[in-house]
Design a protein around this ligand. Structure first.
Ligand SMILES: Nc1ncnc2c1ncn2[C@@H]1O[C@H](COP(=O)(O)OP(=O)(O)OP(=O)(O)O)[C@@H](O)[C@H]1O
Length: 559
């Protein structure tokens, strides 16, 4: 490569020559591994097609990706081959000697089978030869190292089968690898002809170029076509026929690699020189100069260094039309613009994102403040609630831990009103008259926390006991019991009459309903377990009124 700036000095011929020179030292190991890889692939394709054609059960002896030995052993009996052939060409092999079932023990089976299997292989080979399909020797199946011919035959049969499935139009011609030939040298000459012709054509083009053209002149200086031919000849002449495609493929890929590499580095150089030439005059980015400016810059570079080597270079046309360099620079310029646009879009997106982030942070911060306020309020509320409870229970204490209420039952239907002993009653006092006694002796007054007259309702009675009952939920023990003679109205007050309505519900129902309501209201804060027990104390005996067996269960007497 020359060092002249702004000029592409890549000569295809020179690259080919260099690669050919390197190719002389093409590693035998590379070649061998490539060959082995290729052979394996062909073998897998062949095995895959055989298995697909007769089914994996019938081809059980042949793995999907067999080794060379597996492949040979799988086909050795000729059963797979004959069955496949009969699929492709029905009736081609009249009688296929099948393997005995695994369970059958054939006496002297090995020798007998070998003979019978040979029949299969022979029949197969006769038919494929008749069909014009590349064949192999029966002995190839007996010894290792010959599988390529077998594979070739199978792939040719595959090709024939596909041709037949496709309608069989025209005449079938197998284009795969042909049978190996010992005439390696001849093959080399034949197969290398197109390549040599290509080189010859290249050299003739170079020779016919205008004498003043840099390309022709300098390419001639750099590469002698006959030396290129010699190189190719030297490289290929001692190679085996089957190696030629790998070598040529290898060389071509290396030529491509080398060419791309040189093009890239040349491009880099062009960019550098371009920057150095144009930048100082404006504030613009050096890559943003126009196509005309680019051409001028390159021409200037040429003038600066007229004596430097220009072998094989591609230069600007006389009429200023786009040459590869200019096209590349325009491409670079275009890409640069796109990159700038992308950068600008990215920048905008970043700005948007940042503003969104700020907004989001602000909202989160506000939300945090609100939450803090709410938490503070909740905590204050809890404190106030706690304070309220304390005060509430203190009030209950002040009102008295033990409260006694008096309720006067009304006359029952049919009872005469004139027989009432209640002389007077007010909020907390009741005066009783004893008809048999006179004067002061005949009247007695009693004081209670509250006295309910005959017209007092169930609701009024409960209203006074409710605050005490609520204290239960704050951890206080509360006991309510009714006391009085038979028929005075204890059951009526605590439970209600037999025909219960919402208005006649007694203290028990109302108390439980109230406890459940409060428990539900406080469920987010506290969980209450509520259970009910109902006992009766009668004649010094405690009885469980909720016993499930229906019989009043006596509690054991306390000692
Ligand atoms: N305040 C009231 N208003 C209307 N009827 C009532 C009132 N109190 C009691 N009664 C009625 O009086 C009758 C006797 O009441 P209750 O059965 O409640 O008495 P008790 O004290 O429970 O009797 P015992 O001790 O024998 O069980 C019932 O028919 C009941 O409905």
């Amino acid at each position: 490569m020359g060092t002249e700036e702004g000029i592409v000095q890549i000569s295809v011929a020179s690259v080919v020559e260099e690669v050919l020179q390197q190719g002389k030292g093409l590693s035998d190991i590379d070649l061998a591994s490539r060959k082995a890889e290729e052979a394996s692939l062909r073998r897998y394709v062949a095995a895959g097609w055989l298995r697909k054609t007769i089914g994996v059960v019938a081809a059980k002896d042949l793995p999907a990706e067999p080794s060379e030995e597996d492949f040979r052993l799988g086909l050795r009996s000729g059963i797979v081959l004959c069955n496949v052939l009969n699929k492709v060409q029905p009736g081609a092999v009249q009688k296929v000697v099948e393997a005995p079932p695994d369970s059958v023990n054939v006496p002297d089976g090995a020798a007998l089978s070998a003979y019978q299997y040979f029949e299969n292989v022979r029949n197969f080979l006769v038919v494929v030869e008749e069909m014009g399909i590349p064949s192999f020797e029966a002995s190839d199946l007996e010894k290792g190292g010959k599988s390529s011919r077998i594979i070739n035959c199978v792939l040719a049969l595959k090709s024939y089968s596909e041709w037949k499935h496709g309608g069989g139009s025209g005449s079938w011609k197998y284009s795969g690898n042909s049978k190996p030939s010992s005439a390696g040298k001849q093959f080399v000459r034949r197969n290398s002809e197109p390549f040599m012709n290509l080189i010859s054509r290249t050299s003739s083009i170079i020779n016919k170029s205008p004498d003043s053209s840099d390309v022709g002149h300098e390419a001639r200086e750099m590469v002698n076509p006959s030396s290129l031919q010699m190189l190719v000849h030297d490289l290929l002449s001692d190679k085996k026929q089957e190696d030629i495609p790998f070598i040529v493929e290898n060389m071509l890929s290396k030529v491509m690699e080398e060419f791309e590499h040189r093009l890239a580095s040349q491009n880099e150089q062009s960019k550098t020189s371009h920057k150095e030439t144009v930048v100082p005059t404006t504030d613009e980015s050096p890559l943003e100069l126009t196509c005309e400016e680019t051409q001028v810059a390159i021409i200037k570079d040429e003038e600066k260094a007229p004596d430097e080597g220009t072998c094989g270079r591609v230069d600007i046309d006389d009429d200023g039309a786009s040459t590869p360099v200019v096209r590349q620079l325009m491409l670079v310029e275009h890409q640069h613009k796109e990159v700038q646009q992308l950068k600008s879009t990215l920048h905008d997106a970043k700005v948007d994102l940042q503003s969104l982030q700020l907004k989001y942070q602000e909202e989160v911060s506000n939300l945090g403040k609100h939450l803090h306020g709410l938490a503070h309020a909740a905590s204050s509320y809890q404190k106030v609630l706690e304070e309220n409870r304390k005060l509430y229970n203190q009030v209950q204490d002040l009102k008295g831990n033990i409260r006694v209420y008096c309720r006067v039952r009304p006359f029952l239907p049919g009872q005469p009103n004139s027989l009432s002993t209640v002389d007077h009653l007010d909020d907390g006092n009741i005066t009783i008259t004893t008809p048999s006694k006179y004067g002061k002796e005949g009247k007695k007054s009693f004081t209670f926390n509250k006295v309910f007259g005959p017209s007092g309702t169930q609701e009024e009675v409960f209203a006074d006991t409710q605050p005490l009952i609520r204290s239960v939920l704050d951890g206080y023990n509360v006991c309510i019991f009714a006391y009085g003679q038979t028929g005075s109205g204890k059951t009526h007050t605590m439970t209600g009459p037999s025909d219960l309505t919402k208005e006649t519900l007694g203290v028990n129902y109302r108390a439980l309903s109230d406890l459940f309501n409060i428990s539900e209201q406080r469920k987010d804060v506290i969980s209450y377990d509520i259970s009910v027990q109902m006992v009766e104390i009668y004649n010094e005996q405690v009885r469980d009124l909720l016993t499930p067996d229906g019989v009043n269960k006596k509690y054991p007497s306390c000692t």
